[in-house]
Design a protein around this ligand. Structure first.
Ligand SMILES: O=C(O)CCC(=O)C(=O)O
Ligand SMILES: [Mn+2]
Length: 203
């Protein structure tokens, strides 16, 4: 009998966008694995609700987050510099597994938790100077499917969106962050929790 060499996990869609290199592995984790990670991460991650000051007024960031990194590396996100928490075993395991599909070493992960449709992240690029030129960002999603919107930084006619399923991996690399912005918009729809992990290499 001929063995089927490829499993669902290997299914990869290339997102065809000018000046970007984006690949989606919709079934990177099967449902049981994804359910397990969602449940464990909800309880194990040290969630915090950040507050930013804009024009003298304090605003709660519309999601919970946590930053884990080697050697307490610090990172600026949501306008705040944060020192890395020591790795959880579960996050280390996921990081090691990513080496199946990308040979980039990662030394940190930003974890976001969208509690419902009111939680979101605004338009931005993952282009902080400490990520260097053409960073590889490995983005894993667990829980509620949310839509990841992309728009070109300069050509307003270029935009697209990708639905990120439970257990999916989105890989962004090459010049993606130089040319494109992304967001997770708020939704009026009744939505369950979603966790997103973005593994990064901070210089
Ligand atoms: O939740 C997502 O899919 C994206 C999160 C994101 O863009 C970020 O943390 O930089
Ligand atoms: Mn981002």
């Amino acid at each position: 009998m001929i063995k089927d060499l490829f499993s669902d996990k290997d299914t990869c869609h290339t997102i065809d966008l000018a000046g970007a290199d984006i690949r989606l592995f919709p079934y990177y984790f099967d449902t049981d694995e994804a359910d397990y990670y969602l449940k464990e991460l909800l309880t194990q991650v040290e969630w915090s609700e950040q507050v930013i000051k804009l024009y003298g007024k304090e605003h709660k960031v519309p999601r919970l987050s946590a930053w884990y990194a080697d050697d307490n590396k610090s990172y600026e996100y949501s306008g705040l510099r944060t020192v890395g928490l020591p790795w959880l075993t579960i996050l280390k395991d996921i990081k090691n597994k990513l080496q199946d599909v990308c040979d980039t070493p990662f030394n940190s992960v930003l974890v976001n938790r969208y509690r419902n449709g009111s939680d979101s992240v605004g338009w931005h690029a993952d282009d902080e100077p400490e990520l260097g030129c053409n960073p590889v960002i490995a983005s894993l999603s667990f829980g509620e499917e949310r839509t990841f919107h992309l728009k070109h930084k300069y050509d307003k006619s270029l935009k697209t969106s990708i639905v990120l399923p439970h257990g999916s991996l989105l890989l962004m690399q090459g010049a993606t962050q130089s040319h494109w912005l992304h967001q997770i918009a708020k939704s009026k729809r009744d939505m369950d929790e979603r966790i997103n992990l973005t593994f990064r290499l901070v210089k």
